[in-house]
Design a protein around this ligand. Sequence first.
Ligand code: ADP
Ligand code: 5GP
Length: 189
Amino acid sequence: MTATGRMLLISGPSGTGKSTICRRLLEDDRVVFSISATTRQPRPGEVNGVHYHFLSREEFRAKIKEGAFLEYADVYGNLYGTLRAPMDEAIAKGLIYLVEIDVQGALQLLTLGVDGLYIFIAPPDPGTLRERLSGRGTETPEVLERRLQKAEDESRESHRYDHIVVNDDLERALQEVRTLVGLNGSPAS
Ligand code: ADP
Ligand code: 5GP
């Protein structure tokens, strides 16, 4: 199968390897990344239009009114949303529009019936997820336990996706995703 323009949604619990997989998928120039809008302040090193579109609350509210978002959510007091227009433009150009999103956001898009390929990235087993999350070194022990509990709840929703890809070996999982979305041929094919 050859890739044609469509949304590729990569979701799953925290620590399953979504960012790692997305980074690798983006090595292919037929793939473009969905940059979310947010009202939170940029962190050091974050660039407007690269990591996020940083908007004021007023700007964000205006965009909600215009219907600019496919979905949006309040996450710990800040608003985050997926913009509709860049996706439509990318798909019209025949590109794969990669949306990396948490399970809550993915379920919103599924419920709305937004067309695309929905992939749930699953850990090989709970013990491996714990190791990866602790190995990443970004969570305190309390947050780690919360994320593991949340991962269990989120995994119960995995049957709603088109495919579940187990991220056991990274190269194998990547190959599976590439095959599912039709990225295995050369860019010219
Ligand atoms: P997420 O974006 O889903 O929160 P990350 O991509 O940050 O997850 O991955 C969590 C950690 O697991 C990172 O340290 C990453 O390098 C590691 N990792 C990702 N995939 C694999 C894999 N297949 N095997 C071993 N470690 C992995
Ligand atoms: P951070 O502020 O750490 O970059 O992201 C915080 C949370 O916001 C993460 O859980 C991330 O998944 C979520 N998030 C980022 N962009 C979007 C988006 O466009 N829509 C939704 N629903 N959540 C998002």
